[in-house]
Ligand binder design. Structure first.
Ligand code: ZN
Length: 149
């Protein structure tokens, strides 16, 4: 299990160092700001929609390694997905980091997002890991802003 945790840590550190889709989408259809005042994480998510499908997704901002890596992996996970699929994935992610979903035994579509299962043990980090997802949801559903408070 500790080896597994190390592998997950490497994934998170690598995404923090080289975040994917770390840019602004100039002609974004939807955008939202996310804030996690507890840690100081702040990011903006940009979406380009094709009907109900996420054609492109990107983010900008600053924050801790967990929040940045989570945003990076979130963009990879939801690109090409419908709004409904993205909502479902966030639900699974949220249940994983709050302990309601066991990645070993419960059916899920989390894939590499499983790297964040370990934050369950660090309650303050759950907000860091969830921030980009809350922000994505705010953008997808046109509520404009998301806060973990
Ligand atoms: Zn953070």
């Amino acid at each position: 299990m500790s080896e597994l945790n190390e592998l997950y840590q490497e994934t998170i550190l690598e995404h923090n160092k080289n975040p994917r889709n770390f840019r602004k989408i100039e002609d974004a259809d939807k955008t939202a700001l996310g804030n996690n005042p507890l840690c100081g994480d702040a990011l903006q998510v940009y979406l380009k929609m094709d009907g109900d499908t996420v054609a492109d997704v990107a983010f900008k901002g600053s924050g801790c390694a967990i929040s940045k890596a989570s945003a990076s992996m979130m963009t990879q996970a939801v690109k090409g997905k419908t709004r409904e699929e993205a909502d479902k994935l966030f639900d699974e992610f949220h249940r994983m980091v709050t302990g309601d979903l066991d990645i070993e035994t419960d059916e899920n579509h989390l894939g590499s997002l499983r790297a964040f299962a370990g934050v369950l043990e660090f309650p303050a980090r759950v907000k860091c890991a969830s921030l980009s997802w809350h922000t994505l949801t705010a953008a997808l559903h046109d509520s404009g802003e998301a806060s973990t408070e």
